[in-house]
Design a protein around this ligand. Structure first.
Ligand SMILES: Nc1ncnc2c1ncn2[C@@H]1O[C@H](COP(=O)(O)OP(=O)(O)OP(=O)(O)O)[C@@H](O)[C@H]1O
Ligand SMILES: [Mg+2]
Length: 297
């Protein structure tokens, strides 16, 4: 089994798991997981159902605490007692079932839990004008042009809603952006929109953890790939050191794993210039995914 260390990715990881186990009574959901995510890296987390992906991101985002091992933020050991601790440390998680209020405006949702207010006589009221202006500006920065920030968020498509959630995380100062299956319920075009915002987040030097079943979506934007299978990691591979077939095979449980490990070779090293790959290359990879859809199992 080949495990890639942080060779080639420079500096200190934004977020890091060091030999982490997570058990629920007798159930071992994660065993000996070590991984790090660096600024400007899209780190894809792949794995079949029950592989431990959700448990892993919940451990990164303060929902669970590791049963063994350490969580580090920029090199410092941390214990997140709650999701709020993780958010305060700059770890933003966008769940698939977005915590949004469909009938409320985009601007209202953008500021959900972070309300900005203004004083009207003795009362503090939500400052709708400022919220609308900031929402419009922030979405514009990542390339979304809103018709009207006051329209109900429920009128946006799934991909647009994911994009709003990404813009929101960036605006509120996230350093690490965790996306849990953001494209799984989307069609090809919608998925492409979300993947474009993943690249925008990378361009702003966030570390992005992108959880997906879809190897084509992962391949379109990923710099590094960690494959989980039954709670264990097959290791982290740089894009240059692997290919879609190998990732699929590992996700499926890796019958041919021993051979693959040899092929995938020793420590891969990520070329920083590769991290700056153009969106065009991503679009091409995605197009291939559209021509040969699937990617599960
Ligand atoms: N709170 C819990 N208590 C007991 N077992 C749990 C708990 N949470 C997860 N597990 C177990 O841990 C294993 C990994 O589950 P997890 O939800 O992390 O997988 P996953 O990779 O996210 O799967 P999926 O693709 O289906 O979402 C499963 O066997 C699951 O039953
Ligand atoms: Mg899950």
């Amino acid at each position: 089994m080949t495990k890639m260390s942080a060779v080639g990715r420079q500096g200190i990881p934004l977020i890091e798991l060091d030999h982490v186990d997570k058990t629920f009574g007798p159930v071992v959901a994660l065993r000996d997981i070590s991984l790090g995510v660096y600024p400007g890296e899209v780190h894809c987390l792949l794995g079949d159902n029950g592989a431990g992906k959700s448990t892993l991101i919940k451990t990164l985002s303060g929902v669970h605490q590791p049963s063994r091992g350490e969580l580090r933020i920029e090199g410092r050991k941390v214990v997140f007692e709650s999701p709020r601790d993780a958010i305060n440390a700059g770890v933003a998680t966008v769940y698939q079932d977005l915590a949004m209020l469909p009938l409320m405006s985009i601007a209202r949702n953008f500021f959900l839990g972070r309300e900005i207010t203004r004083q009207v006589g003795p009362f503090k009221v939500f400052d709708m004008d400022t919220a609308s202006r900031i929402t419009r500006e922030e979405l514009h920065k990542i390339g979304i042009d809103l018709r009207d920030p006051d329209q109900a968020i429920g009128t946006l498509s799934g991909g647009e809603r994911q994009s709003v959630a990404i813009a929101r995380a960036i605006y509120f100062g996230a350093k690490v952006l965790i996306l849990d299956e953001p494209t799984s319920a989307l069609g090809v075009k919608e998925a492409a929109v979300v993947l474009k915002y993943v690249l925008q987040a990378r361009a702003r030097h966030l570390g992005v953890i992108f959880i997906t079943h879809n190897v084509h979506h992962a391949w379109a934007v990923g710099d590094t790939f960690t494959v989980l299978n039954r709670g264990q990691s097959y290791g982290t591979f740089a894009k240059e050191a692997t290919n879609r077939e190998a990732l699929l095979s590992m996700m499926a449980g890796g019958e041919a794993l021993e051979e693959l490990s040899v092929e995938l070779g020793e420590i891969a090293h990520t070329d920083r210039t590769a991290a700056a790959r153009s969106e065009a290359a991503a679009a091409r990879a995605l197009h291939e995914g559209a021509v040969h859809p699937g990617g599960h199992g």
